[in-house]
Ligand binder design. Structure first.
Ligand code: DUC
Ligand code: ZN
Ligand code: ZN
Ligand code: ZN
Length: 483
C-alpha cells in the first residue's frame, strides 16, 4: 500500500519547493513531480513538513502527590491532532528507585502511544547504582539525562551530584539536560511568602523570579563545561537564562535552549486574575514572565541562540490544581499544550513574520532531531526518512477551546485564542491519523525510537583542557613536612 501526497510545497529546515511525496512501508520512497500511488492526499495550497517533535512531555507522571492527567494515549492523540508526530517523555525515578526499574514502569505506560516516542532519563539522586545503570540506559537507546536543580527535598540534585552525573553522561556520549532554577532560593522565598500570608497562585510566580533561573543556568553551563558534556537547558523562560545560553554558545560551547510555547505567548498577568482557578491552572515552573522576556525568547528563535520550542506538557485537572488552595506550593506544577504548540507557534511566529516557515520547521522538529541524534530518520523530508509528516494548511482557522480538545483535562490555557494554520493531514509512519481536525489514529501504533550515543562534543575552555590532564611537577627538592 502506497500513498502520494500531491500538489503541495515541501518545507524543510533548509528548503521550500513544489513536489509530491511517495510513501511506501511507512517511509518516504520518492520525492518529485507527478508521482502516483495507491492513495492520494491532496496538498494543494498546503505545506508538506516534517511532523512536529515535542522534546519535553510528562505523560502520566507521578508528581506532587498525584499523576499528570494526560497519559500516553490521550497525550499522543492530542499531539497528532496538532501536527506533532513524536514526543520525548521523561522517565522519572523516585528518589529511592533505580533507573532500570523506572524505565520498566514507563515501558508499561507507553505501549498505548498513538505516535512514536522516545525518552529522556531523569537523574533524581546519585549513587553507585545510578552510575552503573546509566550505561545500560544508553544501550537501550536513551542518551539524554535530565537533572532538576529545583524541587528541593524531592527531585533536586546538588552540584556535587550534578557534576558527577554530567561527567558520566559525557563519558557515555550523551547529552545532559537541566531544569535550571535555584531550588534553595525557591524554597526560601516560598516559605517567606507563605509566612507573610501570600498563599494564592501568584505566590508561585513571586517565589521563582527570573534570577533563580539565570543563576542556575549559568551554574549548569559552567559545570557542564568542566565535565565536558553538551548541555540542553529545558524550558528557557527569561532573558536571564537566555543571556547565559547566548554567551556560552558564542564561546563555542555546545549549549542549547528550549523555550516553551506557553512562555512565548502567555504572560505573568495570568497569575493576577481574580479567579483562583484561572491563575492556578497556569501554575508551572518556571512561571510565565513579562513581555520583555517574551521578546527575548522570540529574538532567540530568530537569531538561532534558542533552538527548540517544546510544551513541557504536564496537564492537571482543575480538581487536581485545587490541592493547592491555601498553599500555592501544593498546586501541581504544569500546563498542557501538546495539541496547540504547532498552530499557536505558526500563528504568533510565522503569521506575524517573526519566523519563516523553514525556521518554524527547524524549531519544531529538525533541530531537536539533530540534537538527540535521530536525524534524518525524524525531522526530515528525505528519501528513507520515516513518513512522519504534516500537510499544513496555512489558511485553516479555529478558536482553541477545551470543548473540542483531545487532552483529558477540563480547560485549556490557550482558551479563546484564534489560530490560523492547522494540519489538513497528519501522518505517523505513513498512516493518516488526522484529517482536517478529525482524529482517526490507533492506540498502540507508536513505537519507541532508540538513539545512539556519540562521543562527547562539548568544547571545554582551553584552560580547563590543561587541568583535565594533570601531571606531577618534577621539583628539585620537597621541604620536610611541618607535621
Ligand atoms: N515544571 C512543571 O511545570 N511541571 C513539570 C515539571 C516541571 O519542571
Ligand atoms: Zn522542568
Ligand atoms: Zn478564567
Ligand atoms: Zn518538564
Amino acid at each position: 500500500m502506497s500513498t502520494v501526497i500531491r500538489g503541495g510545497t515541501i518545507v524543510t529546515a533548509d528548503l521550500s519547493y513544489k513536489a509530491d511525496v511517495l510513501i511506501e512501508g511507512g517511509k518516504i520512497a520518492a520525492i518529485g513531480e507527478g508521482l502516483v500511488g495507491g492513495t492520494t492526499l491532496d496538498a494543494t495550497g498546503c505545506y508538506v513538513m516534517p511532523g512536529g517533535i515535542d522534546p519535553h512531555t510528562h505523560l502520566e507522571m507521578p508528581f506532587m502527590g498525584t499523576y499528570s492527567a494526560d497519559d500516553f494515549e490521550s497525550g499522543t492523540r492530542a499531539a497528532l491532532a496538532g501536527g506533532t508526530t513524536m514526543v520525548v517523555d521523561f522517565v522519572l525515578p523516585s528518589p529511592d528507585q533505580g533507573l532500570l526499574d523506572a524505565l520498566k514502569m514507563w515501558d508499561n505506560k507507553s505501549g498505548r502511544a498513538h505516535c512514536d516516542y522516545s525518552y529522556h532519563m531523569a537523574v533524581t539522586w546519585w549513587g553507585e547504582q545510578v552510575f552503573d545503570e546509566m550505561d545500560e540506559v544508553v544501550k537501550r537507546g536513551i542518551t539524554s539525562f535530565k537533572h532538576f536543580m529545583a524541587y528541593k527535598g524531592a527531585l533536586m540534585v546538588n552540584d556535587d551530584e550534578m557534576f558527577a552525573s554530567f561527567r558520566r553522561v559525557g563519558d557515555l556520549g550523551g547529552v545532559a539536560l537541566v531544569h535550571a532554577e535555584n531550588g534553595d532560593v525557591v524554597a526560601e522565598l516560598s516559605a517567606r511568602l507563605l509566612a507573610e500570608g501570600n498563599t494564592g497562585p501568584e505566590g508561585h510566580a513571586y517565589s521563582r523570579p527570573p534570577q533563580v533561573e539565570g543563576e542556575a543556568t549559568n551554574r549548569a553551563i559552567m559545570i557542564a563545561d568542566m565535565a565536558g558534556v553538551p548541555l540542553y537547558v529545558v524550558h528557557t523562560s527569561c532573558e536571564d537564562s537566555h543571556e547565559a545560553i547566548r554567551r556560552a554558545r558564542q564561546q563555542g560551547k555546545r549549549v542549547w535552549g528550549e523555550p516553551l510555547i506557553q512562555h512565548l505567548v502567555l504572560d505573568e498577568s495570568e497569575y493576577f486574575n481574580a479567579d483562583w482557578d484561572h491563575a492556578a491552572r497556569r501554575v508551572m515552573s518556571p512561571p510565565f514572565r513579562n513581555k520583555l522576556h517574551q521578546d527575548s525568547l522570540w529574538a532567540g528563535l530568530q537569531s538561532g541562540s534558542l533552538s527548540c520550542v517544546a510544551t513541557d506538557h504536564c496537564a492537571f485537572t482543575t480538581e487536581q490544581k485545587r490541592y493547592g488552595v491555601g498553599d500555592f506550593t501544593k498546586i501541581p506544577n504544569g500546563t498542557g499544550g501538546l495539541e496547540d504548540r504547532m498552530p499557536v507557534l505558526w500563528t504568533f511566529g510565522v503569521e506575524t513574520g517573526r519566523l519563516t516557515p523553514n525556521e518554524f520547521v527547524a524549531v519544531t522538529s529538525t533541530n531537536i532531531a539533530k540534537i538527540l541524534n535521530m536525524y534524518p530518520r525524524k525531522g526530515a523530508v528525505l528519501i528513507g526518512s520515516d513518513a512522519d509528516l504534516v500537510v499544513w494548511d496555512p489558511a485553516a482557522e479555529k478558536s482553541i477551546s477545551a470543548g473540542n480538545q483531545q487532552s483529558a483535562i477540563d480547560y485549556n490555557v490557550f482558551e479563546g485564542i484564534k489560530v490560523k494554520g492547522l494540519p489538513r493531514y497528519t501522518l505517523t509512519r505513513g498512516v493518516v491519523a488526522v484529517t482536517e481536525g478529525k482524529v482517526d489514529s490507533r492506540e498502540g501504533h507508536g513505537e519507541f525510537v532508540a538513539r545512539q550515543p556519540r562521543p562527547a562534543v562539548n568544547r571545554a575552555l582551553s584552560a580547563w583542557k590543561e587541568l583535565t590532564a594533570p601531571r606531577p611537577i618534577e621539583r628539585s627538592g620537597i621541604p620536610a613536612s611541618g607535621v
